[in-house]
Each structure stands twice: as C-alpha cells, then as structure tokens.
Ligand binder design. Sequence first.
Ligand code: SAH
Length: 355
Amino acid sequence: MSLKDRLIRQIRMDGPMPVSAFMQTCLHDPQDGYYANGAGLGRDFITAPETSQMFGELLGLWIVAQWRALGRPDAFNLVEIGGGRGTLMADALRVAARFLPMETLGLLLIEASAELRRIQAEALAGYPVRFIERLEALPGGPTILIANEFLDCLPARQFVREGEVWRERVVGLDAAGALAFGIDRSDLPAEDAAAIPPVSRSGEVEIQPGLDGLVATLAERARRGEAFYALFIDYGPETGTPADTLRAYKDGVQIHPFADPGTADLTVDVDFGRFSKLGAAAGLAVHGPVSQGGFLGALGLQDRLNALIKNNKDRSKALFEEAQKLVAPDGMGTRFKVICLSSNGLPAPAGFGKA
Ligand code: SAH
C-alpha cells in the first residue's frame, strides 16, 4: 500500500492531522518516508555543498577559526546534523586538516536516513566518524556544530486566523476521499495560542516546534558550562514570519505536497526571527542572521576562488560560475541566511561582521 493510501486510511480512522504530522510522516515514515528511502539529494534539489567545493572549504576555515576561539582545545566535538552526502564535511575537513591537529577531533554525525548514513560514512572514510541518535546524546566537551539545510526539514504547524481566534490547518479528506487541507474548528489549547507571535496581516503563520527543542537542548548544554558554537544555514524570509510555505520538490520540480507523499522532499521556510528570539530568551549568544553571500564573502570566498582558478585554469569559468551561484544577490546569496548560537563568554564567530 502506498504511503498516500496509508495516510488516507489513517485519517479515515483517526481524523485529520496537523500539517506537522503530515510532514513528519512524509519525511520520516520508517518504511516509505522520503528520508527513509535515501532521499533524492542532488536529483530533487541541489544544495550549496553540492554546488561548489568552495562552500565546504570555507566552512572548514570557519571551523578552524572557532577551534582557535574555543582556546585550541586538545579534544573537541565536531558535529554535523543532516549531512546529506557528506560532501560539506569532506570539503571542510580537507581544509581544516591543514590548520588544526586532526587528533583533537571527535567527528559526530546526526542523520535520520540510514541510506545517507552509509553514504556519509563512505565520504568520510579515514576520519573517526561516529553516528549519534540525537543531540542530547552528545558527549561533553567543547563543540562546533554545523547544519546546512536541516532546519527547513523540521515539521511546521500552520495556524490561520479567523476573526479573533486562531485555528490550526490540518490535512484531512475531501468529499471524494482524497487528501485535502482543512481547518480544525476546535479551540486551540492555550499554550499553542500563546506560541503564536503577534503577527501578520495575512492572518497565517507557520511554527516549527522543533526549533524550540533544539534551542532548549543547546541552552541546557550551555547551563552545564559546555562551550559551543552552533551554525545553521537555511532559507527564510528577510523579515516577518513564514506563512503557508510548505513545498514539495521532486526531480527538481515543485509539485503538490499531496501528489505522491514520501517520494518528494518537503520543506518550509525557516523563521530566523523566532529562532533568534528563542536563543536569546534561553540565554544564548545569537550572531546574525546574515546573508549567505555576506557570510561567505567575509570568510574569503574571493581569495579561495582566485586560488582555485590559479591552479585549475581550464576550469576557471565553471569555478567562477559556482562561486557566483553561492552568493547571487537574487538567489542563494540572499535567500539563504546564516545564524550562529553560542554559549556565552566566547569571541564572536567569524563571518558575522565586526569581530
Ligand atoms: N546538509 C546537506 C543535506 C541537506 S538535506 C547538504 O547541504 O547537502 C537535509 C538533511 O537533513 C538530510 O541529510 C536529511 O536526511 C537530514 N534530516 C532531515 N531531518 C532530520 C532529522 N530530524 N534528524 C537528522 N537528520 C535529518
């Protein structure tokens, strides 16, 4: 039975489900979820590290800078969440290895997809790779964490204002028994209503509860006196709260989220404003968000490009175009934002403007 048919059967039995539950099942159903099946990374969508080696290489320099800022510890955790094909980390470590003693490194990967875990282990063969289930299982010690295009996978709840009250958008069935969006008419529990920011003329908001959990875990770590820098790169609006941004991608084309659940990537815009407020409220230091273009520029993209071109003259045009893509003002360069949450008392991280 297809995931779509299973969803329909479940809704028939249990009633409509929040959009977040739909998203969670489509992405992570153990049998038919998009990520359970290896994910069409590179086919359904192309990420920055898959666009250019320069992306991971510059993050390698960022890791070196933060290792120094942590006081050049003899041992530290380097964590990646949602590492995809392992390309970013492989590019980063190739550069980092020139500047920091690799025996200081404990490489810890958190990855939901078994297939991608296998691919990551292969891409990073030769490094001391360890997979952990969740961030809570991270051992103590100074930590540098990186996650590119992970936050946008965290399931979002959608709320719609009707007059003076907020209602939750749900996935149910239409008269013909097909998947359809609807509105849950029951009153929202007080704590859900309280979580909705005072926003939006549009009268719609999206909230990713996973952001709260992530910040709480980092804040708990900071409370225990563990020093860390945690860097997140993802897409989200310049200002305001995302609303109704759930999208499905298959073979590089946007399709309807109900078209073929489990075979398409599902994604939402990240609310960097809310993420940053959560971080600050939990007592963490928050740096950014800044644009990806600004961040990579500050880390020395131009120098890296020049050096690569010098040694690969035959590829100069392609290299130039890759770099352009990463920072394009009308594309990745501004659509993607970079934010760093850190424990307190550390120097400001590289790439965020004034040092
Ligand atoms: N960072 C990679 C891949 C981005 S795609 C790149 O830039 O190319 C999203 C990644 O997050 C995939 O590896 C996916 O399997 C992983 N992922 C999604 N939800 C996750 C979760 N809840 N826990 C751990 N990994 C998750």
